[in-house]
Ligand binder design. Structure first.
Ligand SMILES: [Zn+2]
Length: 89
């Protein structure tokens, strides 16, 4: 997965999380379930970030909107050199 896709998916998970937090305040009688869902989505968001929000060059962790890698200093928007490697897990 490339970083652009990872960021998009990460954004979607983030929006879902916000939606759930809103539901938490709206659906007062379902708070137990909603808070469980919030927890699960939060974990997914965190794990997704750990796994996929990485520099395409050196593989180190990136912050959400880093344009350059803090570790190797290269632009993370540039495609990695080996294009056939789709799975960079
Ligand atoms: Zn890097």
């Amino acid at each position: 997965m490339n970083l652009k896709t990872a960021r998009k998916i990460s954004d979607v998970i983030y929006l879902v999380e916000i939606g759930l937090v809103m539901l938490f305040f709206i659906l007062k009688q379902y708070r137990t379930y909603v808070s469980a869902a919030i927890f699960v989505v939060l974990m997914v968001y965190f794990l997704f970030g750990v796994k996929f929000m990485r520099c395409p060059h050196c593989g180190k962790r990136l912050r959400r909107y880093d344009e350059k890698c803090r570790h190797c200093g290269r632009s993370v928007d540039a495609e990695p050199k080996i294009r056939n490697q789709k799975k960079q897990v």
